[in-house]
Design a protein around this ligand. Structure first.
Ligand code: GLY
Length: 399
């Protein structure tokens, strides 16, 4: 009898622990950001952005050193982020005025569907039209994306087994591939499903497998640029935007984390999931990751400028990765992603209304070695920040 009561007592403890772990502790991890308040801010700021960009020809990109807006044309790799962000605002608010603006700014990029000179069509087309199509099923968006996917796939040479990033690098390499290129595969997976063309699926897997083989170091950080010859042999491992060839450029690590998380989502192949976990571990346990979890622009550059864009990408990716994880690891991802969002929503990183050339976030670093876009707002930081906020809000609802 005594033993029976002891057993019941300890089972009670276990059950209470489970209840705490799955409901109370998870709730406390994810219940600290006021999404409505954030989107009220976002709406005010982006209303200003729309008013200051009336002609649909100059796309919001960042801020110049003299604090004037640095706008770009539609052929710049970032042209799709603004339209994509407007779709995210529409998704949250359901206000038709944002749908109208999102449609206009997406269609302003449409001509890039024929652009075969860039590997960035995933960013340029899938961020605006992919979100637009998901939310509206507008057939025009589908057609544009299918043409764009065809254009992008022309940059894949089966002999090399990768999508070529740039046509030339450092004057001598003719087949450079950057880790950022993992971000275009989500677009091709969509195109494979929408068109029934399995080549897009196979091509994405081949690209991801070769990147996995050649881009990563033994500590699971990644090189920025791997240069191939025309047979697929690796000639050199370099950097373009990082501090040095052997350092870990923060945004590159973020692109890798996001890219392999998507690879698992689309294929359910555990090797991609394991790899995403390894990248997450590299980032989250790095001794140089600051307490607020907003990385320096390069993991080797302690005390230098931060990169809020890398943080936003990492936060969004971790929210997704948490969905494929269990127990302590899942909670760790949710808690880290939430901590990043909390930092980004604090006044350290979030702009005041009407300031910051109407961008949402401050303190991103685009290309420090090139002395360009250092410690400024950048449009893709806003895009992934909005995506992370939405992922956070969906998580809060589902828990
Ligand atoms: N090359 C794209 C980036 O700056 O992340």
């Amino acid at each position: 009898m005594y033993l029976f009561f002891k057993l019941v007592k300890s089972m009670k403890k276990i059950i209470l622990f489970i209840i705490y772990f799955f409901f109370i502790s998870l709730e406390s991890l994810i219940a600290q950001i006021n999404i409505k308040q954030e989107f009220d801010f976002v709406a005010k700021q982006y209303e200003g952005m729309l008013q200051s960009h009336p002609d649909l020809k100059r796309f919001p990109q960042s801020t110049n050193p003299d604090d004037t807006p640095n706008d770009r044309k539609s052929d710049w790799w970032c042209s799709g982020f603004f339209g994509g962000s407007l779709w995210y605002i529409y998704e949250y608010t359901q206000d038709p005025k944002w749908k109208e603006a999102a449609d206009k700014w997406s269609m302003a990029v449409a001509k890039e569907q024929y652009n075969t000179s860039t590997h960035d069509l995933g960013f340029m087309l899938y961020c605006p039209f992919g979100n637009g199509y998901r939310l509206t099923q507008d057939e025009r968006y589908k057609e544009i994306m299918l043409t764009g996917a065809k254009s992008l796939s022309t940059r894949f040479d089966p002999k090399v087994g990768l999508i070529k990033s740039w046509d030339k690098f450092q004057g001598k390499y003719t087949y450079p591939v950057i880790i950022d290129n993992m971000m275009n595969l989500e677009f091709l997976f969509w195109a494979a499903k929408a068109s029934g063309n399995k080549d897009y699926y196979k091509l994405s897997i081949t690209h991801a497998d070769n990147t996995l083989k050649n881009h990563f170091r033994t500590d699971n950080s990644s090189y920025h640029v791997v240069c191939y010859d025309t047979s697929g042999k690796v000639l050199a491992k370099k950097t373009h935007q990082g501090a040095s060839d052997e350092s870990a450029w923060a945004r590159g690590q973020a692109w890798g984390l996001y890219g392999y998380t998507v690879m698992y989502r689309e294929t359910k192949d555990k090797k991609y999931l394991n790899h995403a976990h390894k990248i997450a571990k590299y980032i989250l346990t790095h001794p140089n990751l600051p307490a607020d979890k907003i990385p320096y622009w390069d993991f080797s550059k302690v005390g230098e400028e931060r990169d809020a864009s890398a943080a936003a990408i990492i936060s969004s990716a971790l929210f997704e990765l948490s969905q494929y994880s269990k127990g302590k690891q899942k909670n760790n991802y949710i808690s880290s992603a939430t901590q990043i969002l909390e930092s980004l929503t604090s006044s350290n990183y979030k702009a005041d209304v009407g300031e910051n050339n109407y961008f949402l976030l401050k303190h991103s670093t685009g290309h420090k070695p090139n002395k360009s876009e250092i410690d400024v707002p950048i449009v893709y930081a806003d895009y992934y920040y909005l995506e992370a906020l939405l992922r956070y809000s969906k998580l809060s609802i589902s828990n």
